[in-house]
Design a binder for this molecule. Structure first.
Ligand SMILES: Nc1ncnc2c1ncn2[C@@H]1O[C@H](COP(=O)(O)OP(=O)(O)OP(=O)(O)O)[C@@H](O)[C@H]1O
Ligand SMILES: [Mg+2]
Length: 169
């Protein structure tokens, strides 16, 4: 691909924070993928050292797929055993690499550090229907003079404020 001057600068700049703002369809995603590809393939940064977040699961999957293709195509042309070993390692690391939506990433942080919150390790993300049911149970159980420690499904209790805060309506 023939990169525009601005695209090339975005792809090649190192050791600086970069904020890219450009029109819809102008090549932001393409440039971001190329930048990551070069950081891995040329600068030899392991793929699991990146935090790459997207808005949609589809975009995250596309990014992983493009990285996998790029690594494979590099391996086909490569002769040097050390470089081949590096590329093979990238393929192994790729499934666990942090390439996900913002939400999936945030959920992972909460699961890893649940013990710093008053969440239980097995907490789940409720959909709107589950939340409605929980709100109803909470209203019934917590307002009727029940013990503040009354247990509810998913480890929620009347006194677990961080959790129940999210259920207030
Ligand atoms: N320099 C270029 N030369 C030719 N095609 C390009 C160039 N840059 C980007 N494209 C093409 O333009 C299309 C849109 O690119 P891309 O999806 O990366 O844009 P985007 O800014 O991320 O779009 P959106 O705002 O919808 O997320 C793609 O098909 C891409 O291959
Ligand atoms: Mg895009």
């Amino acid at each position: 691909m023939r990169w525009t001057e601005a695209q090339a600068k975005t792809i090649e700049t190192r050791d600086k924070n970069i904020l890219v703002s450009a029109a819809a369809g102008s090549g932001k995603t393409t440039v971001l993928i190329e930048r990551i590809k070069r950081l891995v393939l040329e600068d030899r940064v392991d793929i699991d050292r990146f935090l790459i977040t997207t808005f949609t699961n589809a975009a995250a999957a596309e990014m992983k797929e493009k990285m996998e293709k790029a690594i494979h195509s590099e391996m086909e042309q490569e002769q040097d055993p050390k470089t081949i070993a590096f590329l093979q390692r990238q393929l192994q690391l790729l499934p666990q690499a942090s390439i996900s939506t913002f939400h999936t990433f945030a959920l992972g942080v909460m699961r890893d550090f649940f013990y710093l919150t008053d969440l239980q390790p097995g907490f789940i993300i409720g959909d709107e229907t589950q939340l409605q049911i929980m709100r109803r149970i909470r209203r019934m159980r917590c307002s009727s003079g029940a013990s503040r420690k009354t247990e509810m499904p998913f480890g929620v209790s009347c006194e677990n404020t961080a959790v129940t805060e999210a259920m207030r309506n």
